[in-house]
Ligand binder design. Structure first.
Ligand SMILES: Nc1ncnc2c1ncn2[C@@H]1O[C@H](COP(=O)(O)OP(=O)(O)OP(=O)(O)O)[C@@H](O)[C@H]1O
Ligand SMILES: Cc1cn([C@H]2C[C@H](O)[C@@H](COP(=O)(O)O)O2)c(=O)[nH]c1=O
Length: 209
């Protein structure tokens, strides 16, 4: 078994990543696999502070380059302080969002350019990419409706972008699947949550064999 993997979860708002990560982390622990579950932007104090600056709905004046750089700064701190030490200690790391979020949201949907955003991220974390990425694919209106219906978390500055923006994010993710077919696996997130968990578990189980 190879359990020393860095696995990231990607997708639009309300796709179910957080919910599924919790269930997968429990299942991995039952299998006696040493796992660290974390998230971006955030996961450690400095990055959580950057998160609150980026996502504050009052920060409507934030320039898109500032946004891209803040995500990259939070990623750098989180990666070197938390993710890399856990990987070096032999753990599996599962992370709610990582570099592909920046490529899809800032590179593609904001229009900065995927290669430009990739290059600032290479400065931030080097050329490290996840071993495996699971993309939760879903029409953005379905995910946004879930967030508004459940009201479990505050609506942030990115949630309130236009539907056209969120559709571009989805398009950006699907282009990344073509760019990195050996790394990114797509799961249909518009299914019953237990079905989504099973689909994700099958992918991870196969990867660790
Ligand atoms: N497959 C599903 N079917 C119905 N509701 C779901 C499903 N998956 C998640 N939900 C609900 O949708 C809401 C958002 O889920 P969750 O927080 O897991 O999504 P997320 O992808 O982490 O979102 P975000 O990236 O915006 O934080 C929650 O209320 C959750 O219970
Ligand atoms: C890492 C990262 C995130 N984003 C966006 C995606 C979401 O709209 C928010 C994070 O909120 P969540 O509840 O944790 O999903 O930030 C981004 O635009 N670029 C990134 O690199």
């Amino acid at each position: 078994m190879n359990c020393n993997l860095f696995i990231t979860f990607e997708g639009p708002e309300g796709a179910g990543k957080t919910t599924v990560i919790q269930k997968i982390a429990e299942r991995l622990a039952e299998e006696k696999i040493d796992v660290l579950a974390t998230r971006e932007p955030g996961g450690i104090e400095i990055a959580e502070k950057i998160r609150s600056v980026i996502l504050n709905p009052e920060h409507t004046a934030m320039d898109e380059r500032t946004e891209a750089l803040l995500y990259a700064a939070a990623r750098s701190q989180h990666y070197f302080e938390k993710v890399r030490p856990a990987l070096n200690a032999g753990k599996m790391v599962i992370c709610d969002r990582f570099i592909d979020s920046s490529l899809a949201y800032q590179g593609y949907a904001r229009g900065i350019g995927v290669d430009e955003v990739l290059s600032i991220n290479e400065f931030a974390i080097g050329k490290k990419l996840p071993d495996m990425t699971i993309l939760f694919d879903l029409a953005p209106e379905v995910g946004l409706a879930r967030i508004h219906a459940h009201g479990e978390r505050e609506v942030n500055r990115l949630d309130v972008e236009s539907l056209a923006f969120h559709n571009k994010v989805r398009e950006g993710y699907l282009q990344l699947v073509e760019r990195y077919p050996e790394r990114i696996y797509v799961v249909n997130a518009d299914q019953n949550i237990d079905r989504v968990v099973e689909d994700v578990w099958s992918l991870i189980y196969e990867a660790i064999q």
